[in-house]
Design a protein around this ligand. Structure first.
Ligand SMILES: Nc1ncnc2c1ncn2[C@@H]1O[C@H](COP(=O)(O)OP(=O)(O)OP(=O)(O)O)[C@@H](O)[C@H]1O
Length: 286
């Protein structure tokens, strides 16, 4: 099992002692993570292999382009005029990357993320998801593609409050059409992967914000999506819980071969990204 530690280091941009880095594990304390009181957990993420003994560990094919975005614009009709929100976005996301979109409120990050996940369509431009032209697919085809290949995580954890962590994750498998014979093993595997092996039967109100967000991650990866899109996943969390979520993200990139694209306002987590796109007024700046 692997644990990631958050370390305070001096930011390159300022004298703020705020930036964080993650270090590999020193020793195994899985039980401590699961049994710690909310808010007192160590920053950790389990590294539960998704393969059976004897299986060949799947490797991330970094040569595969997951998203290719070309000259994307998005205009919204507002009060008789057009609000030009995205103004020519170009980006590429490769398999196994953790890509972050940063920018001020209103700069267009969520608008772009919605399009990367096929929830919205560009007014102009192209978005290819694993070579498929998202911008040309019908609503029905985009719905199927989202259900099978994309996972979403939001700032507000989007869990059903009356269901346990286990039931929340199971529900996403049910909705994705995964055969019921696979639910038990996969739900257990995903909750262990996010460090909640001993909190599987807690309901959301019995969990900390960080734990709820980790249930949301388990839920989003349960159907084995290729791409995980996360909109401000750490915005409601304190820095320690935010670091736990980032450690889980780093972990699942390797164990689940998932690619992650997320938005953030938080400069302290940017250093774990493979690539950061900075958005200003609907455009990326260098
Ligand atoms: N459906 C819509 N109709 C009209 N305007 C919209 C629509 N969706 C987004 N906008 C506008 O587009 C701009 C960018 O919004 P967006 O939510 O993408 O920004 P953001 O960078 O994600 O901000 P935040 O960090 O606050 O979430 C805002 O001015 C917003 O009001």
């Amino acid at each position: 099992m692997m644990r990631w530690f958050r370390k305070t280091v001096k930011s390159e941009q300022s004298d703020d002692v705020s930036a964080i880095s993650y270090e590999p594990p020193q020793e195994d304390h899985h039980d401590q993570l699961d049994e710690a009181e909310p808010g007192q957990e160590e920053i950790a993420a389990t590294n539960v292999s998704t393969t059976e003994p004897g299986d060949i560990e799947k490797s991330v094919d970094s040569s595969e382009t997951i998203l290719s975005v070309r000259e994307v614009h998005r205009m919204f009709p507002v009060g008789g005029t057009e609000l030009h929100v995205l103004k020519g976005i170009n980006m590429e996301v490769r398999s196994g990357q953790l890509v972050m979109l940063k920018g001020r409120s209103g700069s267009g990050k969520t608008t772009l993320l919605n399009m990367l996940g096929g929830l919205d369509q560009p007014s102009k431009g192209e978005i290819l998801f694993c070579g498929q032209p998202l911008h040309q697919l019908s609503d029905d085809k985009r719905t199927i593609l989202r259900r099978d290949q994309i996972g979403f995580i939001f700032q507000a954890y989007a869990l059903l409050p009356l269901l346990s962590a286990w039931e929340n994750v199971e529900l996403s498998l049910r909705m994705a059409g995964v055969p019921s014979s696979q639910w038990k093993e996969r739900v257990t595997q995903c909750l262990e992967l996010v460090g909640l092996g001993k909190r599987m039967f807690h309901r959301p109100f019995e969990m900390s914000g960080g734990e709820q967000q980790r249930v949301a991650i388990a839920k989003a990866i349960a159907h084995r999506p290729k791409l995980l899109l996360a909109d401000e996943p750490t915005a409601n969390l304190d820095s320690q819980m935010g670091a736990q979520v980032m450690a889980v993200f780093k972990n699942i990139i390797h164990t689940e071969q998932v690619t992650i694209c997320m938005t953030t306002h938080d400069p302290t987590i940017l250093e774990v990204a493979d690539h950061v796109y900075e958005m200003v007024d609907g455009k990326f700046i260098e």
